[in-house]
Design a protein. Structure first.
Length: 328
C-alpha cells in the first residue's frame, strides 16, 4: 500500500530505509569547530598573530577558513600582532598595506603605529603625521618609538638646527633606557659623559655604557658564539666581529626603500646597515671624528657600526695644509 505522496509503507519484517535521515547526521556534515566559542578562537588567533615570524604566517591563517578571516581582523587580534607581522617589503608597499597598518594602529597596536610612523616621517616626508604615530606608540611605552623621537629631537629632523631640543631628547632617551633599549642606554651614557643636554657626570655615563654593552652581549651571544669564544666577553675588544643583530622591520623597510629609490645627492643615509634613516636636511648627521667619512644619525648607530667592523676599517683623516695655511 502506498501513501498519498506515493511512498510505500514498510512491510513487516523488512528493514526500514533511513538513508535520508543518516545523511543529515552524517559525520561528513558535522564540524566540531563550529561549536567552539568565538572567545576561544580569538585567543588562538591572538597568540598566532603575536608569535608570527613574517606576514605570510598571519595571512595564511586568515585564508584558512571564512571564520578565521572574519575573526582574524578583530581589534583584539590586531592589537596583539607582532612587529614581524608588519614586515612588509618596500617593493610590496601598496594602499591596502597602508590601510592594514592603519587599522592595526587604530586597534591599539604600538608596533603598527611605530612602523607606519617611521614610513610616513622618512619615506613620504609626512613629518607631522609620522611623528604623531610614533608618539602614539611611545605613549604605550614602545622603547623603539621613544628612541626614534629622541633622535628626531637631537637632530632637529624635519626642521632646522634651531628646532633641536636636547633636553627633550635626553628625557626620551632616559625613558627608552629604563625600558632596556640598548641604543638609548648607550646614547644616554655619551650624553652624561659629554654633558650634552644634561649635567655632566662621567662616572654615571660610563655605568650606562657598560650596561649597554652587557645587554648587547646578552642579546647577541648565541650558543654557537659561546661555544667558539668560551664565554660572553666583549668580543669586539679582542679582535672578533660581532654578528649583526636583526634590525627592526621599520629600519629594514627604510633601508630597502632608499636603496631602490634615488635620494637627493646632498643628503646622506646613516651608514649603519641596520638603521636606514636618511637626512631630512643638509649636514644633519654627524661624522666619524676619526676618518671623517662615515655618517651616523646617532651615537648609538655609530657605536653599533664600530663593533660591526668599522673599528678595523677606520683610518685617521689626513689633512693637507697648503702654503696659505688653508686645509684641503
Amino acid at each position: 500500500m502506498r501513501t498519498r505522496r506515493g511512498h510505500s509503507y514498510p512491510v513487516a519484517g523488512s528493514p526500514i530505509n533511513t538513508c535520508r535521515k543518516r545523511s543529515k547526521l552524517s559525520p561528513s556534515h558535522y564540524d566540531p569547530f563550529d561549536n567552539v566559542p568565538d572567545d576561544i578562537v580569538l585567543l588562538i588567533l591572538s597568540k598566532l598573530s603575536s608569535t608570527a615570524d613574517c606576514p605570510t604566517d598571519f595571512v595564511t591563517t586568515l585564508l584558512t577558513c571564512k571564520r578565521f578571516n572574519g575573526l582574524g581582523l578583530n581589534a583584539v587580534v590586531l592589537s596583539k600582532a607582532s612587529a614581524e607581522t608588519f614586515a612588509v617589503k618596500p617593493n610590496k608597499w601598496s594602499p591596502p598595506a597602508h590601510r592594514f597598518l592603519q587599522r592595526c594602529s587604530d586597534a591599539g597596536n604600538a608596533e603598527a603605529s611605530y612602523i607606519l610612523g617611521m614610513i610616513q616621517f622618512y619615506c613620504f616626508q609626512n613629518r607631522r603625521n609620522g611623528a604623531s604615530l610614533m608618539a602614539k606608540a611611545a605613549i604605550r611605552s614602545h622603547a623603539a618609538a621613544l628612541y626614534s623621537l629622541a633622535i628626531i629631537q637631537f637632530n632637529g629632523s624635519g626642521g632646522s638646527k634651531n628646532v633641536k631640543d636636547l633636553i627633550g631628547g635626553v628625557t626620551l632617551c632616559a625613558r627608552a633606557a629604563s625600558l632596556g633599549h640598548i641604543d638609548a642606554l648607550r646614547e644616554l651614557g655619551h650624553c652624561l659623559k659629554d654633558g650634552y643636554g644634561i649635567g655632566k657626570n662621567v662616572n654615571e655615563g660610563k655605568r650606562f655604557l657598560i650596561e649597554a654593552n652587557a645587554r648587547e652581549l646578552t642579546a647577541i651571544c648565541s650558543k654557537t658564539l659561546r661555544s667558539v669564544i668560551g664565554s660572553p666577553l666583549l668580543v669586539s675588544d679582542f679582535g672578533f666581529v660581532l654578528p649583526a643583530p636583526k634590525s627592526h622591520p621599520a629600519n629594514r623597510f627604510l633601508a630597502g626603500w632608499f636603496t631602490n629609490r634615488k635620494l637627493d645627492p646632498s643628503l646622506r643615509i646613516c651608514r649603519y646597515d641596520g638603521c636606514g634613516r636618511p637626512e631630512t636636511r643638509l649636514n644633519e648627521f654627524r661624522r666619524c671624528s676619526v676618518c671623517g667619512v662615515m655618517n651616523y644619525c646617532s651615537r648609538g648607530c655609530q657605536a653599533r657600526d664600530w663593533t660591526m667592523g668599522h673599528s678595523k676599517n677606520c683610518r685617521p683623516l689626513v689633512r693637507v695644509v697648503n702654503v696659505n695655511g688653508v686645509d684641503r
